[in-house]
Design a protein around this ligand. Structure first.
Ligand SMILES: Cc1cc2nc3c(=O)[nH]c(=O)nc-3n(C[C@H](O)[C@H](O)[C@H](O)COP(=O)(O)O)c2cc1C
Length: 206
């Protein structure tokens, strides 16, 4: 599949087959994904791949997200959509493997009166780690798609980051995202993309 089709045809998958993903397949995806660019080439990210009993405990912890997420969803979506989303959070779609992506925990202090330079100087450590990890995550999603696997990039579980870290015994790190991964048991339609996201300057107007 060419890269354009890979990017366009990747979907967030919220229902997975009960079929194991071979560790070699996962290892290859993660090895390749780790070639993502990172600010100052720091590569200060960590991926935790979880399956088996520990995954069940992790799913239980992540399911607690619903308590915080439900009121937010109710403001945005019709009831049916809210129920589907909440159900997904209860099981993570039955994914056989959950990936957690972490960066170092960096405390930043920003205030409204700071100018852009002060703000950037204060938050750059966390910001650069975060956006570098996002490049890594997008690589994982695309490489997984190329292997016939489905994924869903999730940040809502950050509501229950403390519960997740407790279950995982992780300290001193910040959770960037949770990624269930497995063979897809659905073919969701592509949510439409918005227009006018590129401003052309010195080019022909498109
Ligand atoms: C930073 C980020 C956070 C996301 N968090 C969640 C999440 O917590 N739960 C979820 O079901 N989907 C989550 N998504 C998936 C988006 O809903 C999805 O990418 C979007 O609706 C477009 O659909 P597509 O991925 O199928 O193209 C997230 C995506 C991104 C990039």
């Amino acid at each position: 599949m060419d890269i354009s089709a890979l990017i366009r045809e990747r979907r967030s998958i919220r229902k997975y087959h009960d079929r194991e993903v071979p560790q070699e397949v996962l290892a290859k995806i993660l090895e390749d994904a780790l070639w993502a660019p990172s600010a100052l080439n720091r590569q200060n990210w960590q991926i935790v791949a979880v399956r088996g009993e520990q995954k069940e405990k992790l799913v239980e912890a992540i399911a607690k997200t619903n308590k915080y997420f439900k009121p937010h969803l109710e403001k945005l979506f019709p009831e049916k959509m809210v129920n589907i989303t909440l159900q997904f959070f209860r099981t993570l779609g039955g994914a056989p493997v959950i990936l957690l992506v972490y960066i170092p925990k960096i405390i930043v202090e920003i205030h409204p009166e700071m100018n852009n330079l002060e703000r950037y100087q204060n938050e750059q450590g966390r910001l650069l780690s975060f956006i570098s990890a996002a490049a890594l995550i997008q690589n994982i999603l695309l490489l997984a798609k190329a292997e016939g696997l489905g994924t869903c990039w999730m940040t809502a579980p950050k509501h229950v980051e403390d519960e997740i870290n407790e279950v995982m015994g992780i300290e001193g790190k910040e959770l960037v995202s949770v990624i269930p991964i497995g063979y897809p048991d659905q073919k969701p339609p592509a949510p439409p993309r918005k227009d006018n996201k590129v401003r052309w300057i010195g080019f022909e107007q498109k």
